[in-house]
Structures are given as C-alpha cells and as structure tokens.
Design a protein around this ligand. Sequence first.
Ligand code: GTP
Ligand code: MG
Length: 369
Amino acid sequence: PAAISVRQLSQTIRQNPIEVIKQLMRNGLMANINEVIDYEAAARIAADFGIEARPQTVRAATKRKKPEHEETKNLPLRPPVVTIMGHVDHGKTRLLDAIRQTHVMESEAGGITQHIGAYQVEVKGQKITFLDTPGHEAFTAMRARGARSTDITVLVVAADDGIMPQTLEAIDHARAAGVPIVVAINKIDKPTANPDRVKQQLADHGLVVEDWGGDTIAVGTSAKERKGIDDLLENLLLVAEMEDLHADPNAPATGVVIEAEMDKSRGAMATVLVQNGSLKIGDTIVVGDTFGKVKAMFSDQGKHLRKADPSTPVAILGLPSVPGVGDSFSAVESERQARQIISERTVKKPATVSLASLHDQIAAGKVKE
Ligand code: GTP
Ligand code: MG
C-alpha cells in the first residue's frame, strides 16, 4: 500500500501541516492531518514546496520556493474575514446587528430572504466579511481542520461584566490560530460600565491596550445605542491592511462550510465561505465525502449570484447531502475528478505505512516529481 499520512509528510518535508493541507487543496485533494495520501501525491506536494523527492531521502529544501506571501503579493486584495467572539450575553449578536444595520449594502429582493450566518458590509468602499459563529464550536472545528478561516477576531467584552471564562477561551483560540484581536468593550452605555477595569483585566492577560502603551486595539462600543461602530469598523480595515490579504479570483474555488442544513423544499443548503478562487454556478465541488454541482447561489441579502469572489459568504444549493460545518470544499474540473478524489480519500484511509516504504518507492524510481 503506497501511502503516507499528511502528518508524516509534513514532518518529513518540515512544513507546517496547515500549509501542506492548503497545498493539497490547491491540487484538488482534501485531506485532514490524519488522512492518508498516496506517494505520488506526496511527492508532488513536496515538489510544490521546492523539495525534491530524491532516492533514499525526502529531505529539506535546497531550492525552496518563496514563501506563500511573496507568491500572492501580486494578486488582488481580498476583504478580511472577521469573527466576533466573546462571553455569552456580552453582545456579539447585537453588535453584528448594529454593524449590519448601519452598513448593509444595497439590498435587493431575491430568491431567498433567509438569514445566513455570515455577511458582508461595505465601509468606505471596502468590504468586510463577518462570520456570525454561534459560540466557539464552529471556530474550533475550522481551526481543527486547518482551514484558517478567520483573519481578525473581534473580542466582545461587556464593560459591566468584564473578562469571563469564555472571553479567555476566545483569546486562547485567537492566539492559537495566530489571528489578531481587536477588542470591543461593549455596553458602555450602561451606568455600571467600567471600561478601565476591562482594560486592566485585558492587560493581566497580555493584551495591553494602545492608550496604555500597548498594541492591542480596543474600542468602546454600545451595540444598543450604535455607538463606536464606525470606530470599530475603521480599525478593522486598518488591521486588514496590515495583514495584507490577497487571493486569486481566477483560481478554482476553495473554502469552508460555515453552516449547513436540510431545507424542506430546497434540499441540502450550505453557507460556504469562498477563501480563494471564485465559485460559479455550475461548478462541481467536492465537500467532505460527497460532491455536487452548484445549482444556485445566494448572497447574505438573498440576492441570486452567478459568481462569488474570495472572502464572499454564499448560500449554495445543489449538494446531495448536508455537509459538515468546518468541512473544506474545492471546485474540481469534472464529476470524474470529484469521484476520483472521493474514492481515493475513502479507500486509502486505513493504510498508514512507514516512511521506510516511501524511501523504497523513491529509490525504485517509482516516485518522482
Ligand atoms: P450569546 O449569543 O448568547 O452568547 O449572547 P451575545 O453575546 O450574542 O449577546 P446578545 O447580543 O444577545 O446580547 C445580550 C443582551 O445584552 C441582550 O439583552 C442585548 O440587548 C444586550 N446588549 C447587547 N449589547 C448591548 C449594549 O451595548 N448595551 C446594552 N445596554 N445592552 C446590550
Ligand atoms: Mg448571540
């Protein structure tokens, strides 16, 4: 059995597993870290990282490619994807509502008016995508799958309550994912609000706000009175600019499932975030262990879309079953390719073999490029 797990491959070529998984996705292969891929694919991925699969050894790069950032530098900018996190009842949903009400893009009646758990707003001509993740579960699921779906975390802390257990959890999640944190000190309208206490608590946990000489951006907000919203959004744009986010709108679409459900009349419906490439009507996409053709796409405004650019959240119809939240998807060339990818992934799962076997294969000249 010619196979290697993604983890083994990452270790062998000394690359971050997340980068390896991304590269696999670019090659139309979706696999998690424990999944097993064949040696040919492994060698191809190794080559993508500038690592030649040489006899007896799959060793670190001599002619390593430039880091991803360099490669994507000339691609167009994409909107930041922002996740709102924080303790229960601190005002995440209300804050999102306030943002949406003040900055929603022109709405157009369309096929569906259903709420989707993600939306885009436009601020000074620039788009920002917000993910309305219920609790931390979706975020964790996505992180676990190596899909870094969030560019910026807005940490909502109620100014009266201060930092609570889920606030700390959110900080941990954001840190683990390497995602910058912007703090919204919310409910400043309340008489019991004590923003300074929140700042002290933040500092105690390593987040020193700017007016205290640190580099954590914190904005006072009242979701209720819609105060501080513009300030928050402008800061998000600023952070996004520093993050320098690019994507290739001409690539086949890849992304992640944010929400999914079975709709009685329309069948399986999934809200997906397009992370790279553009998703188009008629695209065949592989999600989890199924595939389907995108029959219809709707924006967060319920507007029919023919095409969804990078960082756009869209509801799609056409999948044969409800995919898992956090599942990656990728557009493929044909149904045949979709079937092939799925069968490879389902059949080869159990067979994890030693690296020695890979070395033998390479030595025998069976694996190269
Ligand atoms: P969960 O989704 O349950 O974790 O809560 P959440 O963080 O989404 O909080 P939500 O937006 O539902 O707000 C909780 C309560 O706080 C609601 O009664 C809101 O009306 C209230 N609230 C939210 N923001 C503000 C604010 O800025 N000021 C005041 N006074 N109340 C607020
Ligand atoms: Mg909520």
